[in-house]
Design a protein around this ligand. Structure first.
Ligand SMILES: *Cc1c(COP(=O)(O)O)cnc(C)c1O
Length: 371
């Protein structure tokens, strides 16, 4: 790195060795599961190549993500086009590129797959009755369990290969029982499929594995115990498991290095701290103040007081925290550096191209891609 790069602000630094350690920890915790990385969490070439070397599969949501994986040497056989919202032309393009696994949640999309990607393997996403997560999907995805059964039978009848049912408990899910509920529901669908002479190859238990931010999340081991127990208790023998993490593989591997632009005591009587990073150049997950990131400054240890934290653009919504209690040193000054921890997931990939003229967040990687 040149000096200029070292001082560039804001920037995201990804520690590759941490990504590898996260992958291996997950593999050890869920030894029977295939691990499929959700590329949208951090579509960084070095991460794709590292996880490919480690033997991961990839969940891709668009032609752009498919091409990214292929350019970096991923075999299309381990890609799953998991976005249930797909144009016919994109299904055809994915098929031409060699993608043979797809997810769907409507009859409409199923018929598009049958037409443009004949004979491929499919998963049907159902909406599991799980508690809400910190950044929930709401009801945007997933059919009812009964509909998933019907659609998977139809998929078989239309010449597709059935993988099995699929659910996602919502991102940053901090209640381990969510997976138990989802696996039990998936098992009901699977048993009904077996009764129709349909072999269930895999149950996809989605992503959602949480990491600790300002608020601690359950440990991976705690969730793995719930998952492994539910798999043994409910799933028919022979059904494999797929897990689809994004955040849990990359979140704690990233640190954003930013700068304080200025500080002001506003007419609302509050201290506002303006950073050179905001909602539009990387901190999208502060929307609704869902994710409470931790800050580190060079003045930590000095007395602290509450602060509203805002981004650099001329947009009233570009505020990171105004309800969440954020404590920052009272000595903080313009020009101070500030680090935002655990920002490896859903940051750079969410930053806008140039809203208000601010460039997208740049990514630097450190550590070894290969071990
Ligand atoms: C985003 C996403 C994931 C990853 O979710 P995390 O909460 O980051 O683990 C997995 N599967 C699908 C289909 C997704 O859209």
């Amino acid at each position: 790195m040149t000096d200029r790069n070292v001082l560039e602000s804001p920037r995201l630094v990804i520690e590759l060795n941490r990504v590898r350690a996260n992958y291996r920890a997950l593999r050890a915790a869920l030894p029977a599961a295939r691990i499929r990385f959700a590329v949208k969490a951090s579509p960084v070439p070095e991460i794709i190549r590292l996880l490919n070397d480690e033997g991961a599969e990839f969940d891709v949501a668009s032609i752009g993500e498919i091409e990214l994986c292929l350019v970096h040497g991923v075999d299309p056989a381990v890609l799953c086009y998991g976005n249930p919202i797909k144009k016919a032309a994109d299904i055809a393009r994915a098929y031409a590129l060699g993608v043979r696994r797809y997810a769907f949640d409507t009859e409409d999309d199923l018929l598009r797959i049958v037409e443009h990607a004949p004979g491929v393997e499919v998963e049907c996403r159902f909406l599991a009755s799980t508690p809400a997560s910190i950044t929930p999907f709401g009801t945007k995805f997933g059919c009812t369990p009964g509909e998933a059964f019907r659609l998977l039978v139809r998929a078989r009848d239309l010449g597709l290969i059935v993988a099995g049912p699929y659910f996602h408990v919502g991102s940053q899910q901090t209640d381990p029982t969510a997976w138990r509920i989802g696996i039990e529901q998936a098992a009901e669908i699977s048993k009904a499929l077996v009764d129709k002479d349909i072999e269930v190859r895999s149950v996809n238990i989605g992503g959602g594995l949480p990491i600790s931010y300002a608020t601690a999340a359950p440990e991976l081991g705690e969730i793995a115990t719930v998952v492994n127990t539910a798999v043994a208790e409910f799933l028919p023998a022979g059904a494999g498991v797929v897990v689809e993490p994004g955040r849990a593989l990359v979140g704690n591997a990233g640190t954003i290095h930013a700068e304080v632009i200025g500080i002001r005591n506003a007419p609302d009587g509050r201290r506002w701290v303006y950073l050179d990073i905001g909602r539009y150049n990387g901190m999208a997950e502060t929307e609704n103040e869902y994710i409470a990131y931790r800050f580190v400054t060079e003045r930590d240890g000095d007395p602290v007081d509450e602060a509203v934290v805002a981004g650099p653009t001329c947009d009233g919504d570009d505020v990171l925290y105004q309800r969440t209690k954020v404590l920052l040193p009272t000595s903080l000054r313009a020009g101070d550096r500030i680090q935002i921890l655990d920002t490896g997931a859903y940051t750079a990939s969410y930053s806008s191209v140039s809203f208000n003229g601010f460039p997208p967040l740049t990514v630097h990687v450190s550590g070894a891609e290969r071990e």
